[in-house]
Design a protein around this ligand. Structure first.
Ligand SMILES: Nc1ncnc2c1ncn2[C@@H]1O[C@H](COP(=O)(O)OP(=O)(O)OP(=O)(O)O)[C@@H](O)[C@H]1O
Ligand SMILES: [Mg+2]
Length: 281
């Protein structure tokens, strides 16, 4: 499986190799010179490199169009990077066979701005679908099969944890946005990923609901040890929930540090001279 203790040669964005010795206990994910050019010629990522410490809550910030979603999608290869290297748990994502990619993806959860639930199915089925990756190797796998009783208990426990135990048998599209996002988080709890990629998980929610959803993401991070990478628009949320920050501008990394290191000058560098900070509490 994964090579936990490795001496690996990484390629810089300029193509120079440098030796990097690390116990990948500390670094769950490493991006080295990641490039993405879309088929229409848009250069969305330009040599992006950074490490994600295991157990961290990394916020990715930057103006609309700066490449945040592209970057998250390149990490689990929903979009194929066109250059550079992405290493997850010491293993290059690029060299994976389709079968290994499937296995690795079981360890990488995703939460989206628009929730991505199976709308016509009940909440419990949606939560249980977090286990589908593990079911696909069984005969007759899929959402129509009978779920093991212990999984149903676990799914109900996950719903309790995100505060909506009474919604198990409600259709997903009968819930409010905040409740749907909590279902998505409960689904992640069932998946038990090591890494969670969250693409603006609170962008469609009001400020109070945003905060409660962020708190559940933090719970996944702190209590369940899930490393989180989360695209966020509001710096106040970044300061409250993130442990690390990476900022993109025009597809390039322009800042890497701690939330408290984002000074007014950095804010202007990231968002432009005219930008003003808007708070969400
Ligand atoms: N499928 C695609 N094909 C071509 N270009 C794309 C595609 N997806 C995104 N882009 C372009 O890549 C660049 C980065 O887009 P991306 O969606 O990653 O930005 P973002 O930072 O997530 O923006 P937002 O904050 O608005 O979500 C933009 O110029 C965008 O127009
Ligand atoms: Mg985006």
């Amino acid at each position: 499986m994964f090579n936990l203790y490795s001496r690996t040669v990484w390629l810089n964005s300029d193509g120079n190799a440098h030796s990097h010795s690390s116990t990948n206990e500390d670094v769950i994910l490493r991006l080295s010179g990641v490039e993405k050019v879309y088929p229409n010629g848009t250069r969305a990522l330009k040599g992006v490199s950074f490490d994600v410490p295991r157990g961290s809550f990394l916020a990715v910030i930057g103006l609309s169009g700066s490449g945040k979603s592209t970057m998250l999608r390149c990490i689990n290869r929903i979009h194929e990077p066109t250059g550079g290297e992405i290493v997850f748990n010491g293993q290059s994502m690029r060299q994976l066979s389709a079968r290994d990619l499937c296995r690795v993806r079981q360890n990488i959860g995703m939460v989206f701005q628009h929730f991505n639930l199976i709308k016509r199915r009940d909440v419990l089925t949606n939560v249980l679908s977090g286990r589908l990756g593990q079911m696909s190797e069984m005969p007759f796998g899929g959402i129509f099969r009978k779920w093991p009783k212990e999984w149903i208990d676990e799914a109900q426990e996950a719903l309790k944890l995100v505060g909506i135990p009474d919604k198990a048998f409600v259709r997903a599209d009968g819930l409010s946005g905040g409740q749907q996002q909590r279902v998505a988080i409960a689904r992640t709890l069932m998946q038990k990923p090591q890494l969670l990629l969250a693409d603006e998980p609170v962008a469609s929610l009001d400020p109070a609901t945003s905060n409660s959803v962020m708190q559940y993401l933090k719970l996944l991070n702190e209590k369940h040890g899930v490393t989180v990478i989360c695209n966020l628009h509001f710096l106040s949320l970044v300061r409250e929930y993130a442990t690390h920050v990476v900022a993109l501008r025009g597809g390039e990394k322009v800042f890497e540090g701690k939330p408290q290191d984002i000074t007014e000058q950095w804010f202007k560098d990231i968002y432009g001279e005219q930008a003003k900070e808007v708070e969400i509490h």
